[in-house]
Design a protein around this ligand. Structure first.
Ligand SMILES: [Zn+2]
Length: 124
């Protein structure tokens, strides 16, 4: 395992922890939801989702690709050419704070709510 991989794993654990804290505090509120697609810690796409919105977004980086499907408020990765296919087998996500991660492609598909997520929310 390379040094960079460890940094990504630590980052992902933080994202996951932040997400569960957020979920715990906010519950499943009915506000506006966005799919936020992050590659290598940079946001590459932000899509507003509603229950009757269907779309797909193809992430491409060189030969790497992930096809993100959005349907009836649920989001999943339909297809990818990563070496472990973990992201493809993830269950669809539909709640704020949930995320699907493609570690080989450094891709995070996350559902965020209206307000910017603030990890410091716990100190309020
Ligand atoms: Zn993957």
């Amino acid at each position: 395992m390379k040094k960079g991989d460890i940094a990504i794993i630590v980052f992902l654990i933080m994202v996951a922890l932040g997400g569960s804290v957020y979920l715990f505090l906010k519950g499943n509120q009915g506000g506006t939801k966005y799919v936020v697609i992050t590659h290598d810690q940079k946001v590459v796409q932000r899509i507003k989702i509603t229950d009757d919105y269907s779309s797909s977004y193809t992430f491409k980086e060189g030969d790497d690709y992930n096809i993100v499907k959005i349907e009836k408020g649920k989001v999943w990765i339909e297809e990818a050419n990563c070496n472990n296919q973990v992201c493809v087998f993830e269950n669809p996500i539909d709640k704020v704070g949930q995320a699907i991660v493609c570690l080989p492609h450094k891709l995070i598909v996350e559902i965020q709510g209206d307000e910017e997520r603030n990890i410091d929310i716990i100190s309020e």
